[in-house]
Design a protein. Structure first.
Length: 309
């Protein structure tokens, strides 16, 4: 009976990991579609946190800050809220989806390794260093042609996307250091980000996103405010519980490849050969970095905080 339960748990964990891969990939594709259509990056940021914050508000009213001080809660909210969303969404205005896939989830291991060493004193192993080197080379292949061609619009976006990844990596390292459970951390981020972003956005432009076509508003509202935030965190957390953080992250390392392939029919974006090579190197870098860390199923308090894509 126990073996059968374990098999079912692993199968459910695998399903959740695959669904996490799809939701993270979908976040990049849906966001790129949104900024190419009728909604601005600031519209998407406001929509994301107003909806996610409203959904998670009852949880926060019941559980509070989960032992966090207000100062730490605000730091986490600013890093994973507007600190991540603003550069990410503005980055998608000129950069194709494949660049977003390579430069946000792809560079996350670089920032996490460096910040974990600086903040938590974690040792950088040779395999981690090799993963970082592969990722840096991949990023150079993705962005290099735009530097040489002086395509400053794309280059500016390519610089914003890793900044979003850096903000998320700092959030991840701090949340782990402060022992904040993933769901509690997400609740704090979404509710406080909504409370911060909503009045600023409404005071600046009013409820402008309501003027978007209904189908765009529904797609972005549901995906940004529910699927790419709350649902993806629940899926990731369940996958980590069953499979471990390492195995789950190995599966989600396919995000750049999935996005690159899906963007061809869905967005009509055909990547250059250098971008494809760069994305493959970034993916190998992520895999090498993950393999450098042995991990089994962690306790709920020490689960890796997932990217709320």
């Amino acid at each position: 009976m126990s073996a059968a339960i374990d098999d079912r748990s692993r199968a459910l964990g695998l399903l959740c990991a695959v669904l996490t891969l799809l939701t993270w990939s979908g976040f990049i594709l849906v966001t790129r579609l949104g900024v190419r259509s009728t909604m601005s990056p600031s519209d998407l940021v406001a929509l994301r946190f107003i909806i996610a914050g409203a959904v998670m508000l009852p949880w926060m009213l019941r559980h509070g800050l989960g032992g966090l001080s207000w100062q730490r809660a605000l730091v986490l909210a600013m890093l994973a809220g507007p600190g991540f969303a603003l550069p990410a969404f503005y980055g998608f205005t000129n950069a194709p989806a494949a660049h977003g896939a390579g430069l946000i989830p792809g560079t996350l291991p670089i920032w996490t390794v460096v910040l974990a060493a600086l903040i938590a004193g974690e040792r950088i192993t040779e395999l981690k260093l090799g993963g970082v080197a592969l990722t840096v080379l991949g990023v150079a292949l993705i962005t290099g042609p735009h530097v040489l061609a002086a395509e400053y619009g794309v280059l500016t976006s390519d610089l914003l996307l890793p900044l979003a990844s850096l903000s998320w990596a700092l959030y991840t390292v701090l949340a782990r250091r402060w022992s904040v459970a993933p769901l509690q951390a997400a609740t704090v981020v979404f509710v406080l980000s909504g409370a911060i972003c909503a009045p600023i956005y409404l005071a600046a432009v009013g409820p402008r996103f309501l003027s978007a076509p209904l189908e765009d508003l529904l797609l972005q509202g549901v995906y940004q405010g529910v699927i790419a935030t709350i649902v993806s965190i629940l899926l990731f957390t369940r996958a980590v519980h069953a499979l471990g953080a390492g195995a789950t992250t190995l599966i989600t390392a396919a995000v750049p490849s999935v996005v690159t392939l899906a963007a061809i029919p869905l967005l009509g974006e055909i990547p250059a050969a250098t971008a494809i090579a760069g994305i493959l190197l970034v993916t190998l870098g992520v895999v090498a970095t993950v393999l450098s860390t042995k991990s089994g199923p962690p306790s709920p308090e020490r689960q890796r905080t997932p990217p709320a894509e």
